[in-house]
Design a protein around this ligand. Structure first.
Ligand SMILES: Cc1cc2nc3c(=O)[nH]c(=O)nc-3n(C[C@H](O)[C@H](O)[C@H](O)COP(=O)(O)OP(=O)(O)OC[C@H]3O[C@@H](n4cnc5c(N)ncnc54)[C@H](O)[C@@H]3O)c2cc1C
Length: 345
């Protein structure tokens, strides 16, 4: 397998960087330092001509770092006084490109579990992650031979059957949900009360209750106050000279839109699992939302918060809105600049 992976920029250099990777059977790895670099580049370019410019930067064999990987999942990722997260708990081939995300999700789950009684935290962490990790590891093991094996039939299946079928809406949604649904099932529901939990391996329902009791809202606010802010804000948006027409181009049913946005904020602030959607996708797909629109949006939102909420809640929500806004703005601007995959050179 050959690949080119955008890896960002260095702190004092604006040039976009990319990592080149090339897979080979383990038995050939030891002979890599002696391999004819020119012949290897010719082989790579014959397979993938667009890779040529990325290969120019590789001037000797040592520029390629060797990495080995294998599959393995710990049945129980914790022991007294010890918790395994990331690759230490579940290593896999990089074919699905999710290893870093999995490690971050583990860290998040462990962080949440640590809000509860210390002795219950390892089991709560493991319960939160169990099904997601198992499904991901299973998929990773199943798909790896399709990308890396001597088989002739598996790549054929991959290209002729799996690749086209993965674009079918039903399957595409299923694939997306496979990394989300099990996680969501283990993910805390909102809870307003605390229950004592004993240590040991937690049953799923108890684990959920345990986790739910651990997550306080980001700041003190009621669902009704959230609804009021949303209603006040959109009333102001409709009157806004610059932003009003942008929303009007998409929103015809304002009560439905406000209910959806209120659910988004309840999810973000109170951790209610009532919102389904992708704000990033919505902003990018809108087509008429640009980077310069985020400042007036945030200014109006801050003003609404100040007028509607006690200072502490207004401050907490404003900080969250600015953080989310910065992310959305970056997404909108990146897509506007490249209109497709990032251009690295
Ligand atoms: C070739 C390759 C390509 C990949 N591509 C992708 C991809 O596209 N997308 C993706 O999401 N994932 C990818 N992954 C997987 C991803 O890199 C890992 O899943 C992720 O880095 C795991 O994070 P981690 O923190 O668990 O472990 P690591 O990132 O391995 O971090 C563990 C750290 O601990 C350090 N360490 C080890 N032993 C000790 C010690 N005794 N004392 C102190 N420090 C120690 C190590 O040096 C290392 O820095 C790829 C992996 C490989 C090998």
């Amino acid at each position: 397998m050959a690949g080119v992976l955008p890896i960002g920029r260095l702190p004092a250099d604006d040039t976009p960087r990319a990592a080149v990777f090339w897979s080979m059977p383990r038995a050939e790895l030891d002979s890599w330092p002696q391999r004819d670099l020119g012949a290897w580049k010719a082989e790579a370019v014959a397979l993938w001509p667009q890779m040529a410019s990325f290969l120019n930067g590789i001037r000797d064999n040592a520029a390629m770092t060797q990495a080995r990987y294998a599959h393995g999942t710990l049945r129980r990722p914790f022991a007294p006084g010890l918790v395994h997260i990331g690759d230490a708990a579940h290593r896999a081939s990089p074919q699905l490109g999710q290893g870093a995300n999995m490690a971050l999700l583990d860290a998040l789950a462990l962080g949440l579990a640590l809000h509860g009684p210390l002795e219950d935290a390892p089991a709560a962490y493991a319960a939160m992650r169990r099904w997601h990790v198992l499904i991901y590891q299973g998929m990773s093991a199943a798909f790896t031979p399709m990308y890396q094996s001597r088989s002739r039939s598996l790549p054929w299946l991959r290209d002729r059957l799996l690749a086209p079928s993965s674009t079918l809406p039903l399957l595409r949604n299923g694939l997306t949900c496979s990394s989300r649904a099990p996680w969501r099932r283990r993910w805390p529901e909102p809870a307003r009360h605390r229950r004592p939990v004993t240590s040991g391996r937690l049953a799923p329902a108890r684990a959920r209750a345990h986790i739910a009791a651990m997550i306080p809202p980001r700041f003190d606010i009621t669902p009704e106050e959230i609804d009021r802010v949303v209603a006040t804000f959109y009333a102001a948006i409709r009157r806004h000279e610059e932003l009003g027409p942008i929303f009007a181009a998409h929103v015809t049913d304002w009560p439905a839109h406000e209910a959806k946005i209120a659910a988004f904020w309840r999810n973000a602030i109170l951790y209610e699992r009532s919102y389904e959607g992708s704000p990033m996708r919505a902003h990018i797909m809108a087509g008429n939302v640009h980077g310069q629109h985020f400042a007036p949006w945030l200014m109006l939102f801050d003003e609404t918060l100040r007028r509607t909420l006690p200072p502490e809640a207004a401050q907490g929500w404003s900080a969250l809105a600015h953080r989310i806004g910065a992310g959305l703005r970056m997404g909108v601007e990146n897509m506007a600049v490249t209109a497709g995959p990032p251009v690295l050179r």
